[in-house]
Design a protein around this ligand. Structure first.
Ligand SMILES: [Zn+2]
Length: 169
């Protein structure tokens, strides 16, 4: 399964994890404007001059001190189902560092997109019935983006919890 850019068409996008695989289970390293850098961020990724960067919250945190002039479109935070989800503090931090919209995605073990954040930025749409995510509170109200798929992590539905930014975790 390949990486899916949240709001197509994808600009030049650097993906910093080798999680996406074709049907023969080989890592997908390049598709149109999307390039995977299996080793994460480095000279090669910087030379690619990505307009969008996708990586784990840890990788995105590590990028905060860098100046990346080409980054003009989006930061996409990729997480496994068991990972901690982004909270408002994380989002504020990323916004103040990169000045681009943040999108969160949950990626399964075969690289499949399990849940994604749309342009409305209010919760993550569940792509299909994924039992791994059933512990999450699901909201079935229609989303401002027009999609009708259930969402998790919708603002009003999230129970208040002690907020610690991902970078501090
Ligand atoms: Zn939506």
């Amino acid at each position: 399964m390949e990486f899916i850019y949240p709001v197509p068409p994808a600009p030049r996008t650097a993906v910093l994890v080798p999680w996406f695989r074709d049907r023969w289970n080989f890592p997908i390293l390049m598709k149109q404007s999307i390039r995977v850098f299996p080793e994460g961020w480095g000279m090669e990724a910087a030379r690619y001059q990505p307009a969008a960067i996708a990586g784990t919250s840890r990788q995105i945190c590590a990028l905060m001190p860098w100046r990346i002039p080409s980054l003009t479109h989006a930061v996409i935070v990729l997480a496994r189902p068991q990972d901690k989800r982004l909270n408002d503090l994380d989002r504020d931090l990323f916004w103040s560092s990169f000045h681009v919209p943040v999108f969160e995605q949950i990626i399964g073990n075969s690289g499949e997109l399990m849940a994604f954040e749309c342009e409305a930025h209010d919760g993550l749409h569940l792509e299909s019935h994924h039992t791994a995510l059933t512990h999450e509170t699901t909201c079935s109200e229609p989303c401002p983006c027009g999609r009708k798929t259930p969402r998790i992590g919708v603002t009003d539905w999230v129970e208040s919890e002690h907020r610690i930014a991902a970078c501090a975790r």
